[in-house]
Ligand binder design. Structure first.
Ligand SMILES: [Zn+2]
Length: 278
């Protein structure tokens, strides 16, 4: 699933081609992609609007429109947004096309059909339950500590909980916990201040590095020009893409299931019994 670095990359790479342009037509190949309003209203209200900006909140893309409305897109498991010439033919996984002026189309491709679009008067009606943005200046170790206090859920589950912190999913949670040397099953409230500071630093460092590498192309993630990101080449444990052994200590990487999510970690570097020397 595209996580914060992938969605941020898509936003950054769409901006120069989309902002300031008009939506001239909308074609849907899968009506289920529109969550709100009705399909007919969605199409008729979008056509003729100019896109005035794109923002990211968590894993959501928010296109602001000159009418004051917002087009919100969530790519879910396998969605991608591709920029193509108007004349490009849809493939069998194309679920929607927004035609823009100047011979461009924005194609929503989604093999598994979990992706969603909303057209709403106020973006907050969709994204208001999200937790803090991990790369914003107001997300400090103190904020993380405060949110962890008293939490009994495993830290891996909390990091993937969009209401706890926005934008992190399975891959970057595993990478951040490995980098911070914290066992994924530790309860959130049991982390020491040192561990919280380490985790905070690891989250930011892992996410920034992945944005620098234009996201991780596992599953069906593509950049808007159809090319792949390279962040997965840096993965130490996630999906065991770096290999079967811990790159730090050589111990075999283990896979466990935490709240239905496959979770990769090093049982030695991330031992259950912290603290470890920093
Ligand atoms: Zn290790």
């Amino acid at each position: 699933m595209p996580e914060l670095p992938e969605v941020e990359t898509i936003k950054n790479e769409l901006l120069p081609y989309v902002v300031g342009h008009y939506i001239t037509d909308v074609t849907l190949f899968w009506d289920g992609i529109v969550r709100q309003p009705s399909v007919a209203e969605f199409c008729s209200r979008l056509v003729g609007q100019r896109i005035s900006g794109i923002a990211r909140r968590g894993k959501y893309l928010i296109f602001s429109l000159t009418s004051g409305e917002a087009l919100i897109i969530h790519l879910k498991m396998t969605g991608s947004l591709l920029l193509k010439p108007t004349s490009a033919e849809p493939d069998k996984f194309t679920r929607a096309i927004l035609y823009l002026d100047e011979e461009t189309q924005l194609s929503f491709r989604d093999p598994r059909k979990f992706g969603v679009m909303w057209l709403v008067a106020d973006a907050n009606s969709v994204v208001n339950k999200l937790g803090p943005e991990p790369l914003e200046a107001d997300f400090t170790p103190q904020v993380l500590a405060q949110r962890l206090r008293g939490r009994t859920a495993p830290i891996k589950a909390l990091l993937c909980d969009q209401g706890f912190i926005a934008g992190i999913g399975n891959m970057y949670a595993d990478e951040a916990l490995f980098s911070a040397r914290i066992h994924p099953m530790r309860s959130g409230g049991s982390l020491s201040w040192d561990e919280i500071e380490r985790l905070h630093g690891s989250i930011q460092q892992i996410l920034w590095a992945a944005i620098g590498n234009k996201g991780a192309s596992v599953e069906n993630y593509f950049r808007p020009d159809g090319t792949l990101g390279t962040a997965h080449f840096q993965f130490q444990v996630a999906h065991r893409l770096g290999g079967k052994f811990c790159p730090v200590c050589g111990t075999p990487i283990e896979r466990i299931v935490v709240r239905n999510r496959g979770t990769y970690f090093c049982p030695k570097c991330q031992s259950q019994n912290q603290p470890t020397p920093s």
